[in-house]
Design a protein around this ligand. Structure first.
Ligand code: MF3
Ligand code: CO
Ligand code: CO
Length: 278
C-alpha cells in the first residue's frame, strides 16, 4: 500500500479473529497458487482477473481490491517495470521473458488475507531470475526478523541487508501494513529501517511483509490511472507478499495452504533452496 503519515492504534487480535485471519490467509494463498499455475505467454492480465472472479464465486468470498478506493478490478497484475497496483486489462498481454506480479486479497469471515508473488512468464533472463530470487530472499529475511521482542525497524533492516549489497534498491513509497477487518490498518511496515527502532511487535498483531525490490533506482511514478506504479527508470521490479501473525514464539505465515508456517511462495514452483544463494 502507499505509505501514509497518520499515527494510529495497532490492534492485537483475539483468538476468534486470528482463526478467521488464518482462514482468509489460507484461501488467499490457494487462490494465488491456482492463478499462478495458469500463467502462460499469450494471456492478458484481464484473463487473470477473470480467474480471480471465478475463484471468489466458487468459494463465496469477496475479492477486496474490487471497488477499493475506486480500484476497478479484483486483483493487481504488475508486469516488468510495474512496481505494484497494475490494473488488469485486455490489452496487457503476457509475453515470454516477462515477469508478472499477482496480488490477491480475499475477504473471508470478514477478515482480509493478502498474498502476492512475482513469477517468470516462460523463460526469462538470468539477471531477471536473480532479481526474483533476491526479492524472495529479502522477504524471507524480513519475516525471519519477526521474533519475540523485535521491532518494526528490524524487519526493514533485514530486507535492506539482503537487497542492497546485491545491487538492488528497496521501494520506499509503498509499505507493508496491518491487516484484519480492514484491508489496510496500522502499523505501517516499511521494507527499510534501523535495527531496534520502531514499534515493538506483540503476539496477536497481524500485518503484511511485501517488499518491492528494483533492479535500478528506488523511485516510483504513479501513472495517469491513479494506480499503476512504475519504476522511475523503467527497470524491473519484483514483489512477494505474505500476511503474517506475530506469535509468542515468533511468526506464523497465514498465507500458506497448510499450517506448517513455511514462507516459500505457494505452488511449489521454486526449486528447493531457491533464493538462498542469490
Ligand atoms: N494488495 C495490495 C497490498 O498489498 C493493495 C492493493 S489496493 C488495490 O496492499 F486497490 F489496488 F487493490
Ligand atoms: Co498488502
Ligand atoms: Co497485496
Amino acid at each position: 500500500m502507499r505509505s501514509f503519515a497518520r499515527p494510529g492504534t495497532v490492534s492485537v487480535k483475539n483468538a476468534a479473529k486470528l482463526q478467521a485471519m488464518r482462514a482468509a490467509g489460507r484461501l488467499a494463498s490457494e487462490c494465488l497458487a491456482w492463478i499462478l499455475a495458469q500463467v502462460e505467454p499469450g494471456m492478458c492480465t484481464l484473463d487473470l482477473d477473470d480467474l480471480q472472479m471465478q475463484f471468489a464465486k466458487k468459494h463465496g468470498v469477496r475479492p477486496a481490491p474490487l471497488g477499493y478506493k475506486g480500484f476497478p478490478r479484483s486483483i493487481c497484475t504488475s508486469i516488468n517495470e510495474v512496481i505494484c497496483h497494475g490494473i488488469p486489462k485486455a490489452t496487457d498481454v503476457l509475453r515470454e521473458g516477462d515477469i508478472v506480479g499477482i496480488d490477491v486479497t480475499l475477504v473471508v469471515e470478514e477478515m482480509h488475507g493478502d498474498n502476492a508473488a512475482t513469477i517468470p512468464v516462460g523463460q526469462v533472463e538470468e539477471s531477471t531470475m536473480r532479481l526474483l530470487a533476491t526479492t524472495l530472499a529479502a522477504q524471507r529475511a524480513g519475516i525471519q526478523a519477526i521474533v519475540p521482542g523485535a521491532r518494526v525497524g528490524d524487519i526493514g533492516h533485514a530486507i535492506q541487508s539482503i537487497a542492497e549489497p546485491r545491487g538492488y534498491s528497496v521501494v520506499r513509497d509503498f509499505v507493508g501494513h496491518g491487516v484484519g477487518r480492514r484491508f489496510h490498518e496500522d502499523p505501517q511496515i516499511p521494507h527499510y529501517g534501523s535495527p531496534g527502532r520502531g514499534l515493538r511487535l506483540r503476539p496477536g498483531m497481524t500485518f503484511t511483509v511485501e517488499p518491492m525490490i528494483n533492479q535500478g533506482v528506488a523511485g516510483a511514478e504513479i501513472q495517469g490511472d491513479g494506480w499503476t506504479a512504475l519504476t522511475a527508470d523503467r527497470q524491473l521490479s519484483a514483489q512477494y507478499e505474505h500476511t503474517l501473525e506475530v506469535t509468542e514464539e515468533g511468526v506464523r505465515v497465514l498465507t500458506v495452504r497448510n499450517d506448517e508456517g513455511h514462507w516459500e511462495p505457494p505452488g511449489g514452483y521454486w526449486p528447493e533452496g531457491f533464493g538462498d544463494s542469490a
